[in-house]
Design a protein around this ligand. Structure first.
Ligand code: ATP
Ligand code: MG
Length: 254
């Protein structure tokens, strides 16, 4: 069975997509077979893998609506070492449909359950909202990764998110676990960031990954070249930090 990791935070711009792309690429370097699922109508994970959503014939929207098969929809982008289930902006269509359909929270789970052997990891990039798409990701996942930017409102947003995860655990996915909190875009010169980081460690202790993802310009540049940072500049601090995070995630393997 693959480890299915939902990368979730309803707060926008905290590094979810950056984490998804670079985890997928770094896990692939360890010979693990990875599928990256873009579950956000913004399609940033798709673009970050060098794929233009407007050039796609099928996307996750069609798959969720039952209009295409997984084989027709999953692609292997040029120069990328993992598979991608791409999104397009019309994913909002499936979102609306899911709200009104029966068993709506299990649609993605049912699709992914076909992949018992092909992948070691399935990583799901979620939209910045606790909407039905995110609920589908949480219902399908074995674990949750929570990227957090160490800012003033971070802890408040985190408690809302943990309440949602608990609700899912008590209903559609009893085996769901929080794999860990990832501190992203960290700037050690910022005192507030250091304070919030210390609070995260105090409240969540070993649920916080020891690796800290630094604010690093290379991480921000790589997607504009359509590639993970490890392909763009493998010696950069950003690339090394995601490799270190993958080391921690691999240690958690059962
Ligand atoms: P959204 O909620 O809109 O989906 P997100 O949580 O997926 O956003 P990203 O798109 O990964 O966040 O990151 C937001 C912006 O910050 C992007 O421009 C990205 O390139 C940049 N960024 C992400 N992580 C880092 C980092 N560690 N250092 C510098 N820039 C970063
Ligand atoms: Mg994103």
């Amino acid at each position: 069975m693959p480890e299915i990791l939902a990368v979730v935070n309803q707060k926008g711009g905290v590094g979810k997509t950056t984490t998804c792309i670079n985890l997928a690429a770094s896990l692939s370097k360890t010979k693990r077979k990875v599928l990256l699922v873009d579950l956000d109508p913004q399609s940033n994970a798709t673009r970050g893998c060098g794929v233009d959503p407007h050039g796609l014939l099928t996307s996750i929207n069609d798959l969720l609506l039952g209009r295409s098969s997984a084989d027709e929809t999953i692609i292997r982008p040029d120069n990328i070492d993992f598979s991608l289930l791409p999104a397009t902006p019309d994913l909002t269509e499936a979102e609306v449909m899911l709200i009104s359909s029966e068993h709506k929270e299990y649609t993605l789970k049912n699709i992914l359950s076909a992949f018992n052997t092909e992948y070691d990891y399935i990583i799901i990039d979620c939209p910045p909202s606790l909407n039905i798409l995110t609920v589908n990701a949480l219902s399908a996942a074995s674990g949750v990764l929570i990227p957090v930017q160490c800012e003033f409102f971070a802890l408040q947003g985190l408690s809302e998110l943990i309440t949602t995860i608990d609700t899912i655990k008590n209903s559609s996915n009893t085996s769901l676990i929080i794999k860990g909190i990832i501190r992203t875009m960290f700037d050690p010169r910022n005192n507030l960031a250091t304070d919030v980081s210390a609070q995260l460690l105090k409240f969540f202790d070993d649920k916080v990954y020891r690796t800290i993802i630094p604010r690093n310009i290379t991480l921000a540049e790589a997607p504009s070249h359509g590639m993970p940072v490890i392909n763009y500049d493998k010696g950069s601090k950003g690339a090394l930090s995601y490799l270190s995070l993958v080391g921690e995630i691999i240690k958690q393997e059962r």
